[in-house]
Design a protein around this ligand. Structure first.
Ligand code: OXD
Ligand code: MN
Length: 595
């Protein structure tokens, strides 16, 4: 089975892990359809997966109720010095963490197959792409990696005998004793889960969870935490951003990269259907952007992923018709409900709820406790190529040139619908002080306000103060070719809880305003927080919206903004002398403008 592996370092690593984890067998993945189908058939046979009657080649999995989201409390950036990881990351010294985890890994794959997954983040021939190798004992992870990344022989070929790769070790942490019957979602208890990143060594060790970003190590672990640290060292950017292409009626293309925290609508925005006439939107990526300055002096972005791992609840033909069409076939669903007709269902899907379903815990639904049928962080995994609005250049090796950066979050009050930064450094300040109400994408309380700089709080692989500096440095290198920076808030509500902005396809109106700002066409007014649309410059043609709501959406409440300053100060203070002076200056300038 190990024959296809010619790379010396990889051969040694496979052998080292085999000895430590003691699997029954080792299998090197070839990335073929046959491999995917065989593993799925085995999982259906064992009861781990349910084949959906209503969707071609699609399957439903139910996780253990303790293993439903990313575990930020159990996620570590393990660097020799704690200061390298900074105040926003959990830290344990590498020797200590490795010793703890080696104990856990000892014999942890007993009774199971150890899969070796060669994968590429980014199109294999892209100069921005990186190769990873995930070793896992979860066939569910293998199938998801087939969709989310480019897997198999072609990656090994590219790696060659001497090529470099990022080792990603994963175990669900549930060895089987001889004769022991397996459960449908094996995993370890929370206190034994570890998602560890040894960023100085480009090494990932994950233990105990089979879910999402904890287990599909190409995504958050490699493409954000490890990649952000590499990007800092090598002078590029790895960001938690969707990428989209907007084309005007005149045929001019604009590329937008937007950072919103988890479950704030990145996937919906990436697949937006513009409601304004003549404008077209295409999706390049929905979660992660890797960006490099090319010889033309501009920043070019690739989507390092090959699939979407989207939040299912709330996805409907209303909110995201393109996602609904994308998931019609070849999809993996996790923690959705199962209808009696053999399809998936979740809260917020179109039409009436089914009269009866099996909920994500495998029980009859509805139940007397009125619990939800699908877990709030239920997901679909699906190939990006199936998206009806995937951009024809989404796999272009050199990426697409970025014109506009957008930051944002979920704020019921305070933050207006849209505003523009005065300049790039002001934009960095806006990204660095971004905030959002928390969602269900990670384990923890929902609805609390947290600062989530650049939507990278859970994903930055090094000291966030140094990361701010890196943004400022990139701005200096880009000069007048730097993207323009905007901040949006689709989630503003009235005091009695009504949404002020219709969102979804109507967000195209806001994006159009940004493009027209880039072209020097749309007018803006100067306010203490930045440049807001001048009334009339936002295209509201055909939109039924009360004028009072528009006023409210674009209102700046000076007192409320002043009250925000101490929280930004506190947030910045945690970075001590690693906070760039420029950001202190930007904060002071905001304070002065607020009066
Ligand atoms: C995701 C997340 O899954 O950000 O993309 O949590
Ligand atoms: Mn994300």
């Amino acid at each position: 089975m190990e024959k296809p592996v010619k790379n010396e370092k990889l051969k040694n690593w496979i052998e080292e892990v085999r000895q430590l984890c003691a699997p029954d067998s080792v299998y090197v993945c070839d990335g073929s359809k046959k491999e995917y189908n065989t593993l799925m058939a085995q999982m259906v046979e064992s009861g781990a997966a349910i084949k959906l009657k209503k969707r071609k080649n699609s399957f439903l999995f139910r996780s253990d109720p303790s293993d439903v989201a990313r575990v930020e409390d159990r996620t570590y950036i393990s660097t020799p010095e704690q200061a390298q990881a900074g105040p926003t990351n959990n830290w344990v010294a590498p020797d200590e963490l490795k010793a703890t985890m080696k104990d856990l890994y000892k014999g942890c794959m007993k009774g199971r197959t150890m899969y070796v997954i060669p994968f590429s983040m980014g199109p294999i021939d892209s100069p921005i792409a990186k190769i990873g190798i995930e070793i896992t004992d979860s066939p569910y992870v293998v199938c998801n990696m087939h969709i989310m990344t480019r897997v198999g022989k072609k990656v090994l070929k590219k790696l060659g005998k001497k090529g470099e790769f990022i080792p990603c070790l994963h175990s669900i942490g549930a060895p089987l004793e001889p004769g022991q019957k397996d459960v449908s979602w094996p995993c370890a208890p929370i206190e034994k889960k570890y998602i560890s990143h040894f960023t100085d060594e480009n090494l990932i060790w994950s233990y105990g969870s089979g879910y999402g970003g904890n287990a599909l190590l190409g995504k958050k672990c490699l493409a954000l935490r490890i990649a952000s640290a590499m990007a800092k060292r090598e002078g590029w950017m790895a960001e938690h951003m969707l990428i989209l292409r907007l084309t005007s009626p005149e045929g001019k293309q604009y590329h937008i990269a937007a950072a919103f925290p988890s479950a704030c609508g990145k996937t919906n925005l990436a697949m937006l259907r513009p409601t304004i006439e003549g404008w077209k939107c295409e999706c390049v990526g929905d979660d992660i952007a890797w960006m490099k300055i090319r010889p033309d002096g501009r920043l070019h972005a690739i989507n390092p992923e090959a699939g979407f791992f989207g939040v299912a609840p709330g996805t409907s033909y209303d909110s995201n018709p393109m996602a609904m069409d994308t998931i019609k076939k070849n999809a993996i669903f996790t923690n959705c409900a199962l209808t009696d007709k053999g399809d998936v269902w979740w809260e917020g899907m179109d039409g009436k709820p089914p009269r009866h379903a099996i909920d994500w815990k495998g029980r009859d639904w509805p139940n007397e406790n009125k619990e939800v049928a699908a877990h709030a962080n239920a997901r679909f995994t699906v190939p990006a190529s199936q998206c009806p609005v995937i951009c024809e250049d989404w796999e272009k090796p050199e990426g697409v040139p970025i014109d506009i950066f957008v930051f944002g979050g979920r704020r019921a009050g305070l933050v207006p619908l849209v505003y523009e930064a005065y300049n790039f450094n002001h934009g960095v300040f806006m990204g660095a002080s971004a905030s959002s109400e928390t969602t269900t994408a990670n384990i923890g309380a929902v609805g609390n306000l947290r600062r989530d700089p650049f939507a990278m709080q859970p994903f930055c692989g090094y000291n966030m103060g140094d990361y701010f500096r890196h943004w400022l440095d990139m701005g200096d290198r880009l000069g007048d070719k730097a993207p323009r920076v905007f901040y949006v808030n689709w989630f503003r509500k009235t005091s009695d809880g009504r949404w002020l902005w219709p969102g979804f396809g109507e967000n195209s109106r806001v994006l159009k305003w940004m493009c027209e700002r880039v072209d020097g066409k749309a007018e803006a007014v100067q306010t203490p927080i930045g440049l807001l649309p001048k009334l009339g410059s936002l295209d509201l043609k055909g939109l039924k919206i009360d004028e009072r709501d528009i006023h409210e959406l674009l209102k700046i409440d000076m007192d409320a903004w002043k009250a925000e300053i101490p929280d930004i100060e506190k947030h910045f203070a945690q970075f001590g002398d690693r906070l760039p002076d420029e950001l202190k200056k930007q904060l002071k300038a905001l304070q002065e403008r607020l009066g």
